[in-house]
Design a protein around this ligand. Structure first.
Ligand SMILES: Cc1cc2nc3c(=O)[nH]c(=O)nc-3n(C[C@H](O)[C@H](O)[C@H](O)COP(=O)(O)OP(=O)(O)OC[C@H]3O[C@@H](n4cnc5c(N)ncnc54)[C@H](O)[C@@H]3O)c2cc1C
Length: 302
């Protein structure tokens, strides 16, 4: 008896345009469809293929030329969803915020980053990548293609709208079969940027955590700071309350105010995401101290 008697090979569709993509998902609206970008996350999932659960219509985006386009001016860069992380790092090394380049360089290894697409990074289900969190922090916009009967529409939205308030990916719940087609990264400067990540989000999500902070800075302290904490297996902590705590922190900060900040952030995470593991807590505590140290050094050198 063959090993996989119950299984058939999935159909693989290779649309050449966004219009063909929309036609395919409309034609197969009765079946489960799965978008395939770089394939790195899909292929690393347990039981991906062959498996009864994955007998779906696969739509490979590799031939859609529009998704590889890059456009730049002095205010922003628009980048197609199939552009690889390595190409984005190359394009943005001197123009994009440092935290974004650091988040890219901390993702997987160089060889994998050659395959990993920015669209796939934003649309992971069940995992929050530190890179997608940094894009939320930087007010990135995404263009989303929404297939309709015999047609499709395009809509720009803030990247955070791909997720619920705690970072769970919800785009396909709101718009079934929607496709992220491009992102728009604003060219902007910050006086203070911090990014740190620890652990392996895919292989060991319960041990991984990351922190990113961006802000203007003057002698009185941080102005309009924004912070985001990523717990890959649970979501992200991103709230006005955390930003207000940072803004009201007297600088240079002492040990007590750093402890107070950490205590409040842990309370926010526990209330909104749930309990994190002791190793994630210890790592986040270390990052907070490191971030405050770097902040103090910056304020003293003004
Ligand atoms: C060894 C290894 C190490 C890794 N290390 C890291 C790491 O350090 N940090 C990290 O964050 N991740 C890591 N990853 C996870 C993952 O590969 C990447 O996060 C990556 O984002 C996936 O991109 P992709 O282009 O390969 O997407 P795919 O795997 O093709 O797709 C990912 C998901 O997004 C959907 N999708 C893809 N493109 C679109 C689009 N344009 N519109 C709508 N939906 C879309 C797909 O249907 C799928 O559900 C690792 C993976 C492996 C195998």
């Amino acid at each position: 008896m063959p090993l996989y008697t119950e299984l058939r090979s999935p159909n693989v569709h290779e649309p050449k345009t966004i219009g063909e993509y929309a036609d395919t998902v409309i034609n197969y609206s009765g079946s489960a469809t799965s978008i395939w970008a770089g394939g790195t996350y899909i292929m690393s999932r347990p039981d991906f293929y062959p498996s009864a659960a994955t007998n779906v219509e696969i739509i490979n985006l590799k031939d859609i030329e529009e998704l590889y386009r890059i456009q730049r001016n002095d205010r922003f860069s628009e980048i197609g969803a199939m552009v690889s992380l390595n190409d984005i790092a190359l394009l943005g090394n001197n123009i994009f915020p440092r935290s974004l380049i650091q988040a890219i360089e901390s993702t997987a290894c160089r060889m994998m980053r050659e395959r990993i697409s920015i669209g796939g990074t934003l649309c992971l289900k069940g995992l929050n990548s530190p890179l997608s969190s940094v894009l939320v922090l930087l007010d990135t916009a995404v263009e989303v293609v929404i297939p309709k009967r015999r047609n499709f529409t395009r809509r720009w939205m803030h990247v955070s709208r791909l997720y619920d308030k705690n970072g769970k990916f919800i785009l396909n719940t709101v718009f079934p079969n929607a496709l992220v087609s491009k992102i728009r990264i604003i060219i902007q400067d910050f006086d203070f940027e911090y990014f740190s990540t620890a652990g392996k989000p895919v292989c060991n999500p319960d041990e991984a955590v990351s922190l990113a902070v961006v802000s203007k800075l003057d002698q009185n302290g941080l102005t309009s700071p924004r912070a985001i904490i990523t717990i890959p297996s649970m979501g992200y902590a991103y709230s006005k309350d955390i930003d207000t705590l940072l803004e009201s922190m007297p600088l240079p900060a002492n040990e007590n105010s750093t402890k107070e900040l950490f205590k409040n952030i842990m309370a926010y995470i526990s209330d909104n995401l749930g309990p994190i593991t002791p190793i994630q807590e210890a790592r986040l505590n270390g990052m907070m101290k490191d971030m405050v140290l770097s902040l103090n050094q910056n304020i003293l050198s003004l």
